[in-house]
Design a protein around this ligand. Sequence first.
Ligand code: GUN
Length: 328
Amino acid sequence: MAAEGTRSEKFLLLPKSETDFDRVRLAIAVSAAIIDGRATAADLRRQVARFVEKFKAERGFEPGLAVVLVGDDPASSIYVRSKAKRTREIGMVSYERRLPFATEQSQLLAHVRELNAHEGVHGILVQLPLPPHIDSGAVINSIDPSKDVDGFHISNAGLLATGQKGMVPCTPLGCKMLLRRQLGDLSGAEAVVLGRSNIVGKPMANLLLAENCTVTLAHSRTRDLKTVCRRADILVVAVGRPKFVKGDWIKFGATVVDVGINRISAPEPGKEKSKIVGDVDFDDAVQAAGAITPVPGGVGPMTIACLLSNTLTAAFRKEGLAEPQVLL
Ligand code: GUN
């Protein structure tokens, strides 16, 4: 069922422009509903935790997730720590492998082989980016596809692209859940995905297609991005550029999902020296959108919750148990 949006109306002076929607905006600016990714992720984790209990009761052991980190990139290190913490919190077993930056590709492949064969490991995630001397594609494609809880393996990408069951990448899966929760049925919606990465943009486009949206996958070479974005009922932005999408790129009432996590300097006296912002200029966009995900607190928390959900799915499939219908 679609969530009820809270909307506050206020009068504002806005610049003159040419569309009916903008003429309405001249008179009324409507503040968008804020999509609460933290609350939705907490709901999802609670559901996953209940199924972990069920799994344990039936099989006598817990599902396990292995996370491999090569090097000591501070951001990756934080992500890995928080994945391990969330894994333990819901009652799964967390396996963490921290390898030095100088690890050779053959050594990393040997770790993956060992985890592929490990009976207690149902999900494997190799944290990206890997050091430049390692071929990420070769490593990802060496993971057993049934344990590839990132959904990055070429066979999982192919299954998604052809509308078949596999493992779905966590960030786009989280975005889809937020959209379904906010809007209900997505059939027939004009969806524009901005950004064509293998990790977010392409799987997102495939997921929205599977939801019967009319999908445009736009990118840095798309002509007149603003006009393309303004067509969207659903706009998903994953370009890695802080505040790239402005309010006048957004159709009045559209639902905006901001995947960006960008650290920018915020030199305000007495405050933090930097802050996290999305790929959408939130303060601007909030006046045009019907609903929008904040950064932080939108898509980010959903990514880890979906990783746990994928691990649960992998464990149930391996054990031949009826697949849990977690979800929102
Ligand atoms: N680095 C940043 N995000 C991700 C992710 O979702 N999966 C992996 N493996 N690495 C990442």
